[in-house]
Ligand binder design. Structure first.
Ligand code: ADP
Ligand code: ZN
Ligand code: ZN
Length: 722
């Protein structure tokens, strides 16, 4: 008998000992834990336990004969648990695909597809009134489609009806391992790289089988993706695998299609829309080495590989790479570690690199590769500021900008209007007494949604009917204040009768497929005016857009958040990068009450690259990240006193450690949400190891403090927001 230490899905920062004959680490076991039965993963076999042997329970069932988590993945789990101060059991759960978190055996994966039946084929030849059903049949007439693909595009009701009428069928097919996938590589013709691209490609390809991190700082449309494609190629030719991470919004069918077209091999795609089985299939194929290329969002960084040869992180500055609850991690940081461990190249790319990565490049930890110019003859959009003070406004837009819209539209260009507020208006105000309708649980104004005829809280999603009288004075004189996407849409539909207007925000675009279809329609010039939020700023190419108008960014100029200016500069640069991709001289106009603000001036006159280096100099002077390390204790509860108590206790414990700077407890930027008060304690020092050691040495004491049980708390290492 040996002592088996098992990582279990419980919030305790430790493993648990059981008895059995030896079991290889990485195998799953079912064990009794209290009165429950849990599935855990064997971490080690030991000769002895800190507990009396006679009290240890036997392992109930051994679920795997061979490890499901390889040694590499177990080591990654241990590193993550230590680095993030997180419960090992929870980390191990995160690394397991959902299908393996239950007591199911690991089998060869099978996938479910929908296919068209003969009856369906006959039906498709008939004229149909139900357009959605017809669209589904025509989608399947091109061949079978994965369940999740179909479900992303069609409602359950449409699918059910087509099944009931026997027009479509489900077939299950086992995933066949293909251990010689690289024999199928069929590289399509590719453009000749320009001089800067060629330098970048040569630099990356020069490093073979060693850890070599690169940062590609390339303006939008400078051909970064083309560089990725060309550096991946020799790695795939050697039969080594490649992981490409993309931001959530960047993973569209077009992105995947571009890689497929280039290499002609199957690609494992990982995103949140997959079902457990589909996710498991990609995980398994990558692990056994039967797939060469995996493209995925944040959590794809935990994919096991048989022989990983390169990692690419596209739009490395994107916020979606940071997991903000549960086990908080930054996919970019995990990618760095994985590349280090498997001695391979790591390519980070962005038009607007994060200050962290840029700093690493400037101190030569990463090799910096710059692409200054757009490919072809397309120029970057000119960037301009419009002083809106005293200007006449319509739907919040200054008159000169409406004129510009007319000019561009008449010349056949498309116009993109960017505003970061969805809904009709950001507040409902009483014209008599000034009362603003607020969400009681978050203390922020409700957003008016006319289409839904509701008020909605954008922090907790609470929904209320729009009141007809003021809750404070009873007046009927209620008016909406400020402008959201819905209102702009309504206004443009009246003001630009000859042009079609389309709104792209999280209300109007649900599901990746819907967005992809809209983008296609825009690029076919079915719409000329695009209104949108964040979604519009990321990654997509809009070749016909010649004017970008940006509204409502003044708030970010005065935010208490250290990163607000960095985020704003990234946003403005990315938004303006959507314009003028095809031989068209694009312009970006930003309207503001603060045209002389130094940040705007620097950005407009000198560009992001200059701004970012300037911002780094300021951070250095202020001894702020990345020139200091921060780890944050976050706590929340319904009773603010409990939150303060806990964080003050943590502060007292850590205050005994010299060399730490402690700030707080201070309110989080999002102070109140859904009735809970949220505060934080910032622990800072010159270097991460100092902070790490201090917290690690006090953590079990902190966990045992009475005040710790009364709040929900978490540790956030190197937070990206406060
Ligand atoms: P980014 O990823 O920086 O936005 P892309 O790689 O998508 O840039 O390139 C923008 C466009 O230019 C794409 O249509 C791409 O096919 C094209 N392109 C990239 N590099 C070249 C090149 N060397 N010659 C011609 N066209 C190129
Ligand atoms: Zn009132
Ligand atoms: Zn709310």
């Amino acid at each position: 008998m040996s002592v088996i230490s098992v990582a279990l899905p419980v919030p305790m920062r430790r493993t648990f000992d059981y008895l059995a004959t030896e079991i290889s680490p990485g195998c799953r076991v079912a064990v009794e834990f209290g009165r429950r039965q849990l599935v855990g993963v064997v971490m080690a076999n030991k000769a002895a336990s800190d507990y009396p042997i006679e009290k240890l329970k036997p392992i109930h069932t051994q679920l795997d004969n061979k490890p499901v988590l390889t040694t590499t993945m177990l080591e990654l789990a241990k590193w993550l648990a230590d680095y993030q101060h997180h419960a090992i059991g929870d980390v191990v759960q995160t690394l397991l695909p959902a299908a393996l978190r239950k007591a199911n055996p690991l089998q060869q994966a099978t996938l479910d597809y929908y296919e068209l039946t003969e009856l369906g084929e006959t039906q498709l030849a008939e004229p149909m009134r139900a357009k959605q059903q017809q669209a589904l049949l025509s989608m399947l007439s091109n061949g079978q489609q994965l369940h999740s693909e179909v479900r992303q595009s069609f409602s359950a009701a449409v699918i059910r009806t087509c099944e009931a009428k026997s027009w479509i069928n489900t077939i299950s097919q086992p995933v066949k391992p293909d251990l010689k996938w690289w024999h199928k590589l069929a590289v399509a013709t590719k453009p000749t790289p320009n001089a800067e691209q060629a330098l970048a490609i040569a630099a990356i390809n020069a490093k073979d089988k060693q850890f070599a991190p690169f940062l590609i700082e390339g303006v939008t449309g400078s051909g970064k993706t083309e560089v990725y494609l060309q550096v991946i190629e020799p790695v795939l030719q050697q039969g080594r695998q490649v992981l490409v991470l993309v931001p959530e919004i960047g993973l569209t069918p077009q992105t995947v299609a571009r890689f497929e077209r280039r290499f002609g091999i199957a690609i494992g795609v990982l995103h949140s829309g997959l079902n457990d089985n589909e996710r498991l299939a990609v995980w398994q194929q990558a692990r056994e080495g039967s797939i060469g290329l995996v493209i995925g969002t944040r959590s794809a960084v935990f994919t096991p590989f048989a022989d990983l040869g390169m990692i690419i992180v596209d739009e490395e500055h994107d916020e979606s790479y940071k997991q903000q609850d549960g086990m908080r991690y930054h996919a970019r940081d995990v990618a760095v570690l994985r590349a280090q461990r498997c001695q391979c190249a790591l390519v980070l790319g962005s038009a607007t690199p994060s200050l962290e990565s840029l700093n690493n490049a400037l101190v030569h930890k990463y090799q910096l590769l710059q692409l200054h110019r757009r490919t072809g003859s397309a120029e970057l959009a000119s960037q301009n500021v419009l002083d809106m003070r005293g200007q006449q406004l319509q739907a919040g837009i200054a008159h000169p900008l409406l004129e510009k819209m007319h000019t561009h539209l008449s010349a056949g260009g498309q116009v993109m209007v960017f505003v970061n507020r969805r809904g009709y208006a950001p507040a409902l105000v009483c014209h008599q007494c000034g009362h603003v309708e607020q969400c009681q649980r978050c203390d922020i104004p409700y957003t008016v949604h006319k289409k839904l005829a509701k008020l909605q809280c954008h922090r907790c999603d609470d929904v209320q009917a729009i009141p007809t009288t003021c809750n404070q004075c009873g007046s009927r004189d209620l008016m909406s204040q400020g402008v959201g996407t819905e209102q702009l849409e309504q206004f443009f539909n009246q003001a630009f009768l000859k042009h079609s207007c389309v709104r792209i925000d999280s209300d109007s675009v649900r599901g990746k497929d819907k967005l992809a279809k809209l983008i296609d329609a825009i690029n076919q010039n079915q719409h000329q005016i695009l209104i949108g939020t964040q979604i519009l700023s990321k990654g997509h190419h809009f070749p016909l857009v010649s004017l970008v108008v940006v509204l409502d960014v003044d708030g970010a100029l005065f935010s208490p958040d250290l990163r607000a200016t960095e985020k704003l500069a990234q946003l403005l640069t990315q938004v303006s990068g959507r314009a003028g991709r095809e031989n068209r001289n694009g312009e970006m106009w930003l309207q503001t009450h603060y045209p002389d603000h130094p940040l705007l001036q620097d950005l407009i006159n000198n560009g992001y690259a200059h701004f970012a280096r300037q911002a780094l100099a300021e951070r250095r002077a202020a001894v702020a990240p990345p020139f200091a390390h921060q780890t944050v204790f976050r706590a929340e509860a319904n009773d603010i006193a409990l939150v303060e108590r806990f964080l003050s206790d943590v502060r007292d414990v850590l205050a005994r450690q010299s060399s730490l700077t402690l700030m707080g407890p201070v309110p989080a930027i999002m102070f109140k949400r859904a009735g809970r008060f949220r505060m934080l304690l910032i622990v800072q020092a010159a270097a991460r190891p100092l902070v790490h050691k201090s917290i690690a040495s006090q953590l079990s004491f902190i966990e045992s403090m009475p005040s710790a049980n009364k709040v929900r708390w978490a540790i956030d290492v190197a937070p990206t927001d406060l």
